[in-house]
Structure formats: C-alpha cells, structure tokens
Design a protein around this ligand. Structure first.
Ligand code: FES
Length: 85
C-alpha cells in the first residue's frame, strides 16, 4: 500500500516595502494567527519573498506561485480557508 505525502500549500508573502506598507505588515500576522488557531502549520508553507514587481497592485501574496492582491482581512481569511482542503 502506497502512502501519499500531502502537498503543502505554498504561501509567499511579499515583504517588499510597497506591499509591506500597503498591508502585508498586518497580513503576515493575520496569516500566522489563522494558521495557529486552525492548527494548519503542517498544511501551509509560509515564506517571505522580495518584491515581485507588482507593487501598484499590492499588497501581494502568492499562493502556489499565483500572485493575488489581498483586498481585505476577510479576503485573506477566505483565501486561507479555500486552500485549507
Ligand atoms: S513590493 Fe510587493 S510587488 Fe513590489
């Protein structure tokens, strides 16, 4: 019987100065708190990344290498829940 290794969802939060000041300073803490309260640390791989040159659209996070503009804290929660399955 084969065992399947569960793929972790990759979240890369842009830590460039524009995204950081546009909301990723807060979003980083929101993601960490959400992962902690949902015991999801083994389901997500959270990293920081440098500017991905989409500053005018920021704050940007990447989920499995897809860049997404975070509209609000509620939007961020929705993204996390959607990728928790
Ligand atoms: S600082 Fe985030 S895209 Fe440039």
């Amino acid at each position: 019987m084969r065992t399947q290794k569960m793929e972790r969802t990759k979240i890369a939060i842009c830590m460039g100065s524009s995204c950081f000041s546009r909301g990723n300073r807060t979003n980083l803490g929101v993601i960490q708190e959400w992962m902690e309260s949902n015991k999801a640390n083994d389901r997500f791989e959270l990293t920081g990344r440098l500017c991905c040159e989409q500053c005018s659209k920021g704050p940007i996070i990447e989920i499995n290498d897809k860049a997404i503009k975070v509209e609000s804290i509620e939007h961020l929660h929705q993204l996390l829940e959607k990728n928790y399955d």
